[in-house]
Design a protein around this ligand. Sequence first.
Ligand code: FAD
Ligand code: MG
Length: 314
Amino acid sequence: MTKKSSVCMGTLVTQRVYGVFAHRAIECCQRLFESLESEMSVFVPSSDIFMLNASAGKGPVKISPRSVEVLELAQRVSVLSSGAFDVTAGAFVNLWRTALAENRVPDASEIAVTSRLVDYRKLVLDSKHSTAHLKIPGQSVDLGGIAKGYAARLARETYQTYGVKSAVLDLGGAVLFVGRRARSSEWVAGIQHPAKERGACFACVSVVDKCVVTSGGYERYQLHDGIRYHHIIDPSTGYPSNSDLVSCSIVSHDPVWADALSTACFVLGSERAIHLVESIEDTHLILLTSNNEVYVSPSLRDSLRLLDADMRLI
Ligand code: FAD
Ligand code: MG
């Protein structure tokens, strides 16, 4: 097994790869992650997404076919989740980032003004000409909830190219399990306990060739006046999502759907999340509510093990 860790896309990325060409596959994926970051980060002034945001309300910008593809996927999830995931949530993300950096929370008028900018229907994509356009000045796309899944999807293709049959790629909350573990056994994916130290899990699930992505408000947040403000915004309120969920994991073969749906379902809350996921093929969920109740898709029940005696499996 060859292992490599690096910091990319604002998170720790770890690859554990088996096979003769593991080293070459790892280096190729590392270059892939770096190129995706330079194309899709809102923090890189030359990126496609930065330029798209800077041109909001002005006109279409030419971007890479990959960026168009991710934006299309993000828009599809926005439609599917009725805007719980909104590809244009960037305006809220920026508002909260700026306000909290100034040690304050946004006031109601700022939220109201910003809410007019958050509308995925105002993103116009043209895959033929590889362009994108945000119709309203001040609109902002943020791919933080989906681009790591896209990176995992392309990484899986890279591993295949190098004949890798077994690998684990951890993109900070999004974990891709390629094939099976050695000796034909299944991988065991741990689900982070929201109230315990990093690496402590409240449940684990056995998987083969799946991606497991978890969204929650317990890791990336800022305190203000003793209140936690986390990074996933409910576009219907403009405030950090306040559903009944503490943690939301999606298990799917497709890392893109797993990533975007984990963010969407966290916002939707247990009832609407279960309803949404039931309608999508090869998508399964593990939800933890603030009442310590764990919901799991029937299809995962036999492969899930609850590790916390204080939690109840529903
Ligand atoms: P997820 O639940 O998967 O996504 C939450 C993120 O999605 C939020 O952080 C926000 O960006 C966005 N979001 C919030 N609400 C919504 C909503 N309702 N609908 C849609 N999207 C929403 N972070 C840094 O600190 N520094 C960096 O340099 C940096 N570079 C990055 C480059 C790239 C290409 C990407 C994809 C991310 C980068 N990040 C950076 C962001 C960081 O990695 C994010 O915190 C991370 O993507 C959030 O992932 P998550 O798994 O914690 O949460
Ligand atoms: Mg996500």
